[in-house]
Design a protein around this ligand. Sequence first.
Ligand code: GLA
Length: 707
Amino acid sequence: MYFGVDYYPEHWVYPYAGTLEAPESRWEDDIQLMLEAGVNVVRMGEFAWGLYEPEEGKFNFDWMRRAMDLFGNAGIKIVLGTPTAAPPIWLAKKHPEILPVDERGVVKHEGTRRAYCANSGVYWDYSQKIVRALAGALGKHSALIAWQIDNGIGGHNTETSFNEETRKDWHAWLKAKYETVERLNDRLGLNFWTQRVTCFEDMPMPMCAPTIHNPALLMDWMRFSSDTLVAYVRMQADMLHQLTPNIPVTNNLRALYRSFDHFDMAGVLDFVSLDSNATINTKSAELAGEIDMMRSLKKQNVRTPNGDCGFWVIEQKAGNVNWQKVNSLVRPGVVRLFTYQLVSRGACGVLYFLWRQPRIGTEKFYGGVLSHDGSPETRAYREIKQIGHELRSLAPVLQGSCVAADVCILFSHDNDWNMRYTPQPNSDFNYREHIQLFYTALHDRNIPVDFARPTEDLSKYKIVFAPSLSLLAGGEADLLKLYVQNGGTLVATCNTGLVDEHHMAPDTGFPHDMTDLFGLEVREFDPLPPGEENHLTFRAGFPATHLHPGRLWCDIIEPKGCQIIATYAKDFYAGKPAMTMNQFGNGRAIYFGTVSHQLFYFDLVTWLRNICNLHPLLKVPDTVEVSMREKEGQRIYFLLNHQNSPVRLHFYKPMHDFLTGKKFTGSYDLPPHGVLVLDEQPEHVHPPPANEPAAATTAPHPAAGTA
Ligand code: GLA
């Protein structure tokens, strides 16, 4: 388990710290304090280009080597950033063509980080030079355990740029994809408003125009821009693999925050790292969903520094952020809670952003482990020290343990871009909110979830949820059919299969290529404005605990062999199916033609649990989040109290508390923001039979704990 901080040695030299005589003397004080807090890794250098190469071709890595030597001698390992997120001013002055251009054709100027266009050949050349020089100078350092490529790739809305060099790359990308101009015109549907072209070079970039560009063109533009960023990171990854083959590479991703394909990006990295922006205002199920999504980006060929199977959190906020309107302090115990939430969902490295609040620059009032004065007498330092010591004691048991899920939710960036950037039947329909309804229901019932692209092998999942796959490629539909054919349970929804990968609507009925799978056809769909509702009437067998509404979107379904689970209660489609189930091969394809309130999704999960033989990890009060890591028959449970008040739990089997080393049974009061890390009697570990939830399952009453 790696535990550490993001450190900027360049912020802590004279005149900001140290003395004229000993300008770097603060570094040693920092190392001492880090050691006391249990830190065993730091990330450094991701914005250091301007100091590494103050003038073109004049490199100076000595200062960083001195810092690395100090850390290395103290036994602290190092992740080094390649510094390409912050090109030096001299480079932009010499080559202004590297600067990104926005959709209006306005140049974004130098003077901050991310002032580059990833299509710029000049920028690629300079990037290669600095990466080669860096790897040559510091890549063999014994304390180096990973590279972070660039920083916050695509951040500050730099996923796309509209430079002339981008235009050339765009045309080359289109040519590689479509090969002939005729195919380009046909596939993109350029007969619409007759925007056909006679050569690839005439294809516009989607710059500011009187109205929305052709959706098919927009989709390709997003794919092209994503490919550009992935290619830029791959270029650095390939170089580093060649120059320092034993050092894995990563990048700090934010949970689907930026417009590039995060699965593709994870594919060129050895392991995924994330920036966690958990703040006190975010709901636990939303945070958990982000973490599970990030863990799911890379399921194979993971190469972390210590061989663990998980992901890293390379920037976990140590306190308040600086970008909210009001940047409130993070309450005591909350950073610890968030850290355990990350660890419980698979993190095998956690580093806090940042070690000390900088005295200079844009981020000086960001929460840090230390504040400006550098004293360890801070709330954050005390809390992080506690976590550091706890994680050190947990490390042996966590080593090699992974999160496993029987359930998966599909997500595709194509679909996300389609719903965000092209005209939609209901602009209030939000893809991510729709996904969250399913995720929250599973999360709150303590059922572990993976995310996946529709093209992945889904065969290991008992249930696959596919919320609103509005844009669905023919090949993806085939894979979903295969999954069901072989015995899987697929749950799809309204707003599925409206267009294919070329953004063409089907002439064979909705959902395209899948009317046979669901045994129905969607004849019309009725988008509802906010506040308007239909109601659902359920047939026997579905455990509806409330009156469930249909909101935002109502599919008008013509059944073609499917079983009807629910019908609409009003409007001209009253009595028509709203929810159906169809036997297909050895599996079942469930279709829910509308959107409901959260309570419906809880009932849906209850129903599916019964028909798919799915068990929750533990039964605990709703406000307690449960997750599990497992290895070789050992199950390690994490119970997190997200509330500001204590929760009483009841355990019907003796449990072992890893943090105190004690065993207990019966009732346990989990304090506000408290954390429990447990397993069942450790001396003779008897893994429960497959599918049987541990501990609390022996409860005479369904609830293992009641407040
Ligand atoms: C990102 C960056 C950091 C810092 C934080 C602030 O995560 O990587 O350098 O700017 O944002 O939120």
